[in-house]
Design a protein around this ligand. Sequence first.
Ligand code: AMP
Ligand code: GLY
Length: 421
Amino acid sequence: MNVLILGSGGREHTLAWKILQSPHCSSLFVGPGNAGTAAIANNVSLSLSDFNQIGDFCIKQSIEMLIVGPEAPLVDGIYDHFKTTDQLKNIKVIGPSKQGAILEGSKAYAKKFMFKNDIPTAGYAEFTKDTLEEGIAYIHNQKGPIVLKCDGLAAGKGVVILEDKDQAAQELSDMLNGKFGGAGHTVVIEDFLSGIEFSVFVLTDGKNYKILPVAKDYKRIGEGDTGLNTGGMGAVSPPPFVDKDLMTKVISRIVEPTVQGLQDDHIEYKGIIFIGLIKVNGDPYVIEYNCRLGDPETEVVLPRLDSDLLELFQSLHTDSLATHEITINPQAAATIMLVSGGYPEAYEKGKSMTIPHETPSQFFHAGTIHKGEEVVTNGGRVLAITSMHTDFRKAIEQSMKEAEKISFEGKNYRKDIGFDL
Ligand code: AMP
Ligand code: GLY
């Protein structure tokens, strides 16, 4: 089978590495990819927003499966574009329909979906420019920190949590007045939940589901979970606090009603539901839904998946997911993300990298590109180092050792991944 993966991050390098382990994969393309995917597959220059260009490439290369890495093309309807175009409709697209991707594309829609299906999540209210005054009054009646969320996609920056109510009222006004463009036309204000977060990845065909390894990521730039939010500075799988009892609750209270809710609403969904969860007094609550795999969670989730991922993806389109077993490696996996100096604020690209050829870990490239023979940095998050061990702390230690051996100007990484576990 000829496969195209869309995207260019650590998630997509990991997907490529995993898909290539399947005997069913004959050729693999990654668009646009990075220096890591170039070393194992064929990179192709594609724009994630140009569905005609992607479709033409798929026809030319007889692509049979399209795996969509990031959320934007899904929220923009790439699944529906393929389904409704004659020459593309038989290509197996891995990802939800546009209607399914709204679970990530609109926080207000996701909240309504959860309330309708009795799925535990923080209480909330939503406001627009017309109801700004009510929003400000609502903030002043809230107890605890104020959680403000832009309704639409805002590149991971659309959630602001403020202790001070006047500051929160100002932020609400700024959001509704275009601070995040159209993404902030509606703002959701949520009750603040206090607890430890984790991520559950559900593979579904819209009716049946299988649970992939559970992970925890570290979003803040600074040690001890301080400073600005990033795309993710590291991850561990499985997080030791996610025990059987908690997972039983996650499945019965959250996963099953979510899949049932999609079915009740006749929503086509052949891909991943990434559920961001928080454990509060022993009970799970949904913080957010995403319609794709997480990054850097993928860098610890897929190395622990022993099953053939291409077969699992294929089964979503042949109504046979239920007949497949998910085999999970009992070893723990940890990943540490090397980032560019200055990230997540302004940073420079194009720094030469030295990467050892031999390593006991897996290097998954994120923001890297070839410049002639050389590999240079090409993004904020540069490279993820994944290690596996029966003891997750030993896996982290090994990744730390490897992190020292990779060099590029401005290299930064958190040395406390897993500190709270
Ligand atoms: P989201 O983009 O919805 O995942 O939010 C980004 C981050 O904000 C989450 O990972 C949490 O750390 C935090 N957050 C979101 N919603 C809440 C909430 N209701 N209570 C506390 N923290 C939250
Ligand atoms: N690591 C969080 C995300 O992918 O959204």
